[in-house]
Design a protein. Structure first.
Length: 317
């Protein structure tokens, strides 16, 4: 019997529901509105929790005013921008005030699903007890990038090797073989954090997202925590979502990017990425190859500064 947000029974005074969708907003309220309105257009009836991650603009006020009359949409904001894991964990805590949900869907506002397949995906992991997470196949607006449909859990050695900006490994390693488990499902080390469903009870058991990490590598950390309790991840090949995230640099404008956005974007994002890898290495691998990672970081910083100097000196047009 289908359960599209309807209650089944009372647990500890709360209604039992199938799924809550958690959407984390930061600055881009227009994209979040498009995402929510699209979910409504395709008939999604599950509860939606919008968390504004302390945006310094009017995101929270705009989102709250737009959706305050909806019974199945809650808009809250955090007291600080604590990153991806922190914001989504706040969303889960808000969801737990509404009902006893069986599953949570973590969805980025730039993720677009074509139809309401949430019930189907929940059923698929519900029937396979060794799995706790399922994700639809991730596509980009104009391509299927096989290197992005899932993430491999890197070894401690690979953490620093893949972090080196001159390394070719990060550009060439693509998982070519997946275990097929039937019904259009494949097993993956880690699924993209932009859209996935996770068993609520298991998520609670592993302590939800690691809030010590601000951004990047959250998929690997989640999967390593699941691995400790013998739980795994699935990807549905028969369902997909479009990720409107721009992840490729325009090579024609790379020197312009370095000239105009080195400190506020390129170097800032690099530092966040490095701190995430350092946190992963220190807290999930007992600091193995941490010294190597720090040495690679020094080399990377020098390389980035060198590019910035070249951009400012020789590529001014």
């Amino acid at each position: 019997m289908e359960n599209k947000g309807s209650c089944e029974k009372s647990v500890n005074g709360l209604k039992k529901k199938l799924l809550a969708i958690i959407i984390l907003n930061y600055l881009d309220y227009e994209m979040t509105i498009k995402c929510i309105d699209h979910l409504k257009e395709i008939g999604v009836k599950h509860d939606i929790i919008i968390i504004d991650n302390a945006s310094p603009n009017k995101s929270y006020e705009i989102l709250y005013e737009k959706y305050k009359s909806y019974e199945d949409i809650v808009v809250k904001r955090t007291s600080k921008n604590g990153g991806y894991g922190y914001g989504n964990n706040i969303g889960i805590q808000e969801a737990k005030k509404i009902a006893d949900f069986q599953y949570y869907c973590i969805m980025n506002p730039d993720a677009i699903i074509p139809i309401d397949y949430f019930q189907k995906l929940c059923n698929q992991i519900g029937q396979r007890k060794e799995y706790a997470v399922i994700s639809p196949l991730m596509l980009y607006p104009d391509k299927l990038d096989l290197s992005k449909i899932s993430w491999d859990i890197k070894t401690p050695k690979e953490i620093y090797q893949f972090h080196f900006l001159l390394s070719k490994k990060a550009k060439t390693k693509v998982k070519k073989i997946y275990k097929y488990v039937g019904d259009g499902l494949i097993e993956a080390d880690a699924v993209p954090g932009s859209c996935f469903i996770i068993d609520a009870g298991i998520f609670q058991k592993i302590g939800y997202f690691d809030e010590g990490n601000f951004l990047y590598n959250e998929e690997a950390m989640l999967s390593l925590k699941l691995k400790k309790i013998n739980k795994k991840c699935l990807i549905s090949l028969t369902d997909y979502f479009i990720h409107n995230h721009i992840y490729e640099k325009n090579r024609k404008n790379i020197w312009k990017e370095y000239r105009e956005h080195f400190l506020d974007k390129i170097f800032r994002d690099y530092i966040i990425s490095y701190k995430s890898r350092e946190y992963l290495c220190r807290n999930y691998y007992n600091g193995q190859y941490l010294l190597n990672l720090k040495i690679v970081n020094i080399i990377n910083v020098l390389l980035l500064l060198g590019k910035y100097i070249l951009a400012k000196t020789f590529f001014k047009v």
